[in-house]
Design a protein around this ligand. Sequence first.
Ligand SMILES: [Zn+2]
Length: 123
Amino acid sequence: MDKWRTPEAQAYRKLYQTKHWRHLREQVLLRDLFTCQRCGCHLKRGKTQPQSAVVHHIKPHKGDLDLFHDAGNLQSVCWSCHSGVIQSEEARGFSTEIGEDGWPLFKTINQRLQSLTYGFFHH
Ligand SMILES: [Zn+2]
């Protein structure tokens, strides 16, 4: 079964399609001056480069709307740092696979999770 088709995953995805989120995301990027908060690189728009901007939830929101929309819980990072964050979190035994902004990454993680840790997460 494809976990991305679970009701939870679909609900989470919808959170990223709201005006509220897009506005908030933009504010966080401006607040952070389009600078990656981890490596300090200048973030770029678009989603296909290592320095593409990703707005990361520091604490996984798990569908919690307050946490999801809390600017204090958001951090601008680049795509490549974000990959590192996710990898380290996966290594710690939990995942932020839902709650990240970046469709290519979504796919990659999804495929990786399916091949490596399917059945580990309870959705
Ligand atoms: Zn970075």
